[in-house]
Ligand binder design. Structure first.
Ligand SMILES: N[C@@H](CCC(=O)N[C@@H](CS)C(=O)NCC(=O)O)C(=O)O
Length: 205
């Protein structure tokens, strides 16, 4: 399998999951501005959506959308705790978190990446994110990971997007449980390996 990625982007979540699951993936870096990959391929022809992550599968097809890719990787490894079995209430709880992370946190950062976003909009974006961080902080005060005692794909995704606070100068020290979660996840060997492979070790939480 080949993971098309950009350092520190949401593609870090499937990268972490692959390493946690012990699945060998080839990494191919994408120049998002020029829509080309590091081997010179036209990324638009690989993923017409134009964004990472994209996972090239053995049969030549490509799977996109972070939430789908991390589930695909976890479900490929039946013996891991990375995702509860389909059809269980635990799986729906996982999906509940994935939806929250994708729409409220991942896309919640959206305006901050655009240099032309007015300062007032940036401030409002950070305020809205803070309300979501408060919910996460409360949840993570009760248990070490989002769904309980075990690290799952939702934790890999959350870590990846909350790590963006480092790129936008957002202080999360008023959310101590969330801050401790970031440090807890960062210290996992698979996460360290993924950060190092993407050249991000110094910027990690
Ligand atoms: N809906 C997609 C969004 C992916 C996404 O936002 N990718 C960003 C990096 S985190 C990207 O590649 N942006 C470049 C672009 O859209 O041109 C998903 O959940 O995977």
């Amino acid at each position: 399998m080949k993971l098309y990625y950009y350092p520190g982007a949401c593609s870090l979540a499937p990268h972490i999951v692959a390493r946690e699951a012990g699945i060998a993936v080839t990494l191919e870096k994408v120049d998002l501005a020029n829509r080309t990959t590091e081997t010179g391929a036209n990324f638009a022809s690989i993923n017409p959506k134009g964004y990472v992550p994209a996972l090239g599968l053995q049969d030549g097809s490509v799977l996109t959308e972070a939430s789908a890719i991390i589930q695909y990787l976890a479900d490929n490894q039946a013996n891991t705790d990375l995702a509860p079995a389909h059809g269980t209430m635990e799986r729906y709880r996982l999906l509940e978190w994935l939806g929250f992370i994708s729409t409220e946190i991942h896309k919640g950062f959206g305006p901050l990446w655009n240099p032309s976003t007015p300062d007032a909009v940036k401030a409002a974006t950070k305020e809205r994110l803070a309300t979501r961080f408060a919910l996460l902080d409360e949840a993570l005060g009760k248990q070490p990971f989002l769904t309980g005692d075990k690290f799952t794909i939702a934790d890999a995704y959350l870590f990846t997007v909350v790590n963006w606070t480092n790129f936008h100068g957002i202080d999360i020290s008023s959310f101590p449980n969330l801050q401790a979660f970031q440090a807890r996840v960062a210290s996992r060997p698979a996460v360290q390996q993924a950060l190092e492979a993407e050249g991000l070790t110094k910027k990690a939480a």
